[in-house]
Design a protein around this ligand. Structure first.
Ligand SMILES: [Zn+2]
Length: 342
């Protein structure tokens, strides 16, 4: 596996908007790629992509899951002045959206706009520009339409409930960093696709293995939709939280010990550690203070499963994210090692 290939897949995924609830385009892309590797692909009722790879040995099945849905918003209210108030989908901080370019997916087609605070002009509002709060109550979408009132916006076909997607701002830098709003979790979806390609080129895994691309993670509803009753272990492949006090790093894969949902299974962690060490994969272990994964969602669904979590270090998560291709490669390598575990 080459890091450049993972970055190329990642940029392709980032170019396809896939808000939670309308993530089908990114899911289609993953399904096509898996089918291209000759893997059997099915879709769950809710749209998750599932490839079930039959194992050569016996024993219970396992799953690796990454999510292709991203943070977004929907129109909450069309204001009297023709601006839009939004309701976030998932944990999208309003402050990070000041100045974001968006598309509103209305019944009349796609309309572009910009998220701005109510008092957006520094020349008109002076100090009020700095002082005003930037929560979803105060932020507005200025539509690129010649409309000055609610009636004009309604006439353009825009209604409460319409999806609002943000410009992903995806960039690869010469030093190997990837920046985008939505590395969570397309970075891991790309790493998992690379791992699937590697698996398809080599021997089949000993255990029956599901590769799962979920479409409702950001609202805590992703896995286990689409996973068979034979699955005894679910490992989420999702971003690791980088920041002050964290061990996670943009160049490493993190094996998560605990997040807000509680500890991950100790035996899964121990095996992931051993696999990383055997394969010489650069990793750390860490905890995440404000975080839950699709593996947690699966456990909360009442399934009797062991859960695990690993993924690349991502700085400034849910705002202006950045990782490095080193971490993408390490994540893909750990996914391959896990699938090939004896
Ligand atoms: Zn995520």
């Amino acid at each position: 596996m080459q890091p450049e290939e993972i970055v190329r897949d990642l940029m392709e995924l980032l170019a396809v908007p896939s808000p939670t609830g309308r993530a089908e385009a990114a899911a289609d892309l993953c399904a096509e790629r898996l089918a291209g590797y000759g893997l059997p692909v099915t879709r769950s009722a809710r749209g998750a992509v599932v490839a079930k790879i039959a194992g050569t040995g016996g024993g219970p099945a396992r799953a690796l899951t990454a999510h292709v849905d991203t943070l977004a918003a929907v129109v909450a209210e069309v204001m009297a002045d023709g601006r839009l108030r939004l309701s976030p989908v998932g944990g999208l901080p309003a402050l990070s959206c000041d100045g974001a370019y968006v598309e509103v997916w209305s019944r009349g087609g796609s309309v572009t706009g910009t998220i701005l605070p109510e008092h957006a002009s520094a020349h008109v509002f002076g100090p009020r520009y700095e002082e005003q709060r930037r929560t979803w109550q105060e932020m507005r979408v200025r539509l690129d339409l010649d409309v000055k009132d609610r009636e004009g916006v309604l006439a353009a076909g825009i209604r409460p409930g319409d999806f609002v997607v943000l410009d992903p701002r995806a960039v690869v830098t010469p030093a190997g960093f990837v920046k985008s709003r939505f590395l969570d979790d397309k970075a891991c979806a790309a790493a998992l696709l690379a791992a699937a390609g590697e698996l398809a080129r080599g021997p089949r895994p000993a255990r029956t293995t599901y590769l799962h691309f979920s479409v409702y993670e950001e609202v805590g509803q992703g896995a286990p939709a689409g996973l068979g009753a034979d699955v005894e272990e679910i490992v989420a492949v999702d971003m690791a939280a980088v920041g002050a006090g964290q061990a996670s790093d943009e160049h490493l894969v993190t094996i998560c010990a605990k997040d807000s949902g509680g500890p991950y299974d100790w035996s899964v962690r121990a095996r992931l550690r051993a696999l990383a060490e055997q394969a010489g994969i650069p990793y750390v272990e860490d905890i995440y203070p404000y975080y839950a994964s699709d593996a947690t969602a699966a456990a909360r669904s009442g399934r009797d499963i062991r859960i695990g979590l690993f993924g690349p270090g991502v700085d400034a998560s849910h705002t202006h994210e950045r990782t490095h291709q080193d971490a993408l490669l390490a994540t893909a390598q750990l996914a391959v090692a896990y699938m090939r575990e004896e």
